[in-house]
Design a protein around this ligand. Structure first.
Ligand code: COI
Length: 368
């Protein structure tokens, strides 16, 4: 089987199947309640970069890396990643959602982090190949999907401060249920005042591990305050709402319009964010990509002008926000339940992703 090509049309990636796949009964047990990011599949994709070229593209058994302790990713965090999902279709098949958008963003993140951009077709082939190899790991459940995590790390052996010349690109896959623990369909946010996520000119819009590492202390603060997620304000005025620890944010007003922070260089260009803007506009809703201050947010929630707010992302999908807490007290939004606009957008998105509604945008890519 070694060297078998997964997609005869593109003939780009070799397949070396795992000699020890997880037994079927064990897989079924794991898929019954996978949680998020705990259950991993049998295979992974890998492509290596050296001497200025990408080579050895393969789908292989999932395995640990061996690396030199002076590998630059371990010291200077030259690393980027992506998050995307494959969904089970009503006909039993699988589909990806806007994989080209992830491929594009991955290449942009690479450039920002002084890494060689992976050709987008290689990114797509690696993801498609892994979904084909591990399609049985896609849960059938309503909330379930196969979360794909492409990433790239700097490899080598040196401690000088310079971009590496050796890289490992890999994709792993995890069978997931919902990101937030079930039982709490509405989340609460903690507004951190001590920490910022990104500053102008920094790496905020790159999907690099460092952004997430830097947010962990604030996320831990949120959890200590009894909240599900942290929300960051801008670094300069400490006034404008930017994004959450790992997801974008939208606000819904009593005239039916929506607002989301603009992509000003410090915010992740969320694929879900972009899809929701399109869906909302096509529903006839006005969407403004504009700054929104924490003080205005509180005032609008209290006056009833703000009726809903929600978090969105590949992992979070669309998750309503019910309560916001900060050092100046707390306020609730709507009835602390999922509002009609949030619900409508969530349903429209999820139905396209799962193939239970037509996809007029060409966003889904069936994997056969
Ligand atoms: C995603 O939504 O895919 C992310 O990368 C967020 C991460 C916190 C799980």
């Amino acid at each position: 089987m070694i060297g078998e090509v997964l997609d005869p049309e593109h003939a780009a990636i070799a397949f070396e199947p795992s000699s020890k796949p997880v037994p079927v009964e064990e897989r079924a047990r794991l898929l019954a309640d996978p949680g998020f990011g705990r259950v991993f599949t049998d295979h992974m994709a890998m492509i290596e970069y050296e001497d200025g070229r990408w080579s050895d593209a393969r789908i292989t058994a999932r395995h640990p890396f061996t690396m030199d302790p002076a590998s630059p990713v371990l010291h200077y965090a030259q690393e980027i990643f992506e998050g995307m999902k494959a969904y089970r279709r009503p006909n039993g098949g699988a589909a990806l959602f806007r994989p080209e958008a992830n491929a594009r963003r991955f290449a942009k993140s690479a450039i920002r982090m002084a890494m060689p951009p992976l050709p987008e077709e290689m990114f797509l082939e690696s993801v498609r190949g892994l979904v084909r190899a591990d399609r049985d790991w896609i849960p059938d459940s309503k909330e379930g999907s196969l979360y794909l995590r492409p990433f790239m790390i700097a490899n080598g052996s040196f401690l000088g401060m310079r971009p590496s010349t050796e890289f490992i690109y890999a994709v792993i896959a995890s069978s997931v249920g919902s990101y937030f623990k079930s039982g709490s369909p509405v989340i609460s946010l903690w507004v951190t005042r001590d920490y910022v996520r990104a500053a102008p000119g920094g790496t905020g819009e790159a999907k690099c591990g460092g952004n997430y590492a830097g947010s962990l202390i604030a996320q831990a603060e949120a959890v200590r305050e009894g909240c599900d997620q942290v929300v960051f304000l801008d670094a300069v005025e400490r006034r404008w709402v930017e994004e959450l620890g790992g997801m974008n944010i939208f606000f819904v007003f009593d005239d039916g319009s929506l607002r989301t922070p603009p992509l000003d260089g410090t915010i992740l260009h969320g694929v879900t964010r972009d899809s929701l803007i399109r869906l909302a506009r096509d529903m006839g809703l006005e969407v403004r990509e504009e700054l929104y201050s924490i003080d205005q947010w509180r005032a609008d929630a209290q006056s009833g002008r703000l009726t809903e707010a929600f978090a969105c992302g590949t992992a979070a999908v669309v998750t309503p926000i019910g309560r916001v807490k900060g050092r100046d007290g707390e306020f609730s939004i709507g009835g602390e339940s999922s509002g009609p606009v949030t619900q409508r957008l969530r349903t429209a998105l999820v139905d396209i992703q799962r193939g239970t509604a037509p996809d007029p945008y060409g966003w889904t890519e069936p994997i056969d």
